[in-house]
Design a protein around this ligand. Structure first.
Ligand SMILES: [Zn+2]
Length: 216
């Protein structure tokens, strides 16, 4: 049972079930190890649901979601606490009103590649057929920029970096150095597709880098 169902209309249950399915998929693929990562979806113009802190993402259920206001504050103060990175999700929802779902993973390829490419400040993806999985992209000739931000325990710093990075054009996600990937979508299905596509593309980039330069 959803612990805070008083705040969630019944018709939104399938959306929440789809969200926890993405979290389980990410854990199964090794992208959310040791309770890391967090997954959220917008419930209304001023509320969203996010995975509670410290939950095993491979066993997460709808009962492990916490409803928070758009400033990241839980609606039930003495209930389960939301993820420590809730404020980043809140900032992205405030910045991008069209977004319905945000996912954040900690895969090995992204963690390594974000370090190897940190000095460039971004990863440029082009020529991959998989780019067409990103919303609005119709050709492999597309140039996709994935910015890399320095890691921080200050969510507002990451959101500020995102605001600046978007001045150069729309984004489908960003990396945090030696930390992980944030991506999103208008729907949970779209966010799941972006997650799978970006993890695939960034894993390809890492393998190519290691194959051609030995990682140097
Ligand atoms: Zn994280």
């Amino acid at each position: 049972m959803f612990e805070q169902e008083v705040f969630v209309p019944q018709e939104q249950t399938p959306q929440l079930e789809a969200l926890v399915a993405v979290a389980c998929m990410a854990a199964e693929r090794g992208w959310a190890t040791a309770t890391s990562g967090n997954f959220s979806c917008r419930l209304s113009h001023d509320q969203f649901a996010i995975t509670a802190s410290g939950r095993d993402k491979g066993a997460v259920t709808v009962a492990d979601l916490v409803v928070v206001a758009l400033d990241g504050t839980p609606l039930v103060p003495d209930g389960p606490q939301p993820s420590a990175e809730t404020a980043v999700h809140a900032g992205i929802y405030r910045l991008l009103p069209e977004i319905g779902t945000i996912v954040h993973t900690h895969s090995v390829p992204v963690t390594v590649l974000s370090q190897l490419r940190a000095s460039q400040g971004a990863i440029e993806l082009s020529g991959y057929e998989m780019l067409k999985a990103l919303a609005g992209v119709g050709t492999h000739e597309h140039q996709e920029r994935v910015p890399i931000f320095a890691n921080t325990q200050e969510p507002a710093t990451l959101v500020g970096e995102l605001i600046r990075a978007r001045e150069a054009g729309p984004l489908h996600g960003f990396l945090v150095e030696r930390h992980g990937l944030y991506t999103w979508g208008r729907t949970t299905d779209e966010a799941r597709r972006h997650l799978e596509a970006l993890e695939f593309l960034l894993d390809c980039e890492l393998r190519l880098l290691l194959a051609t330069k030995g990682g140097a």
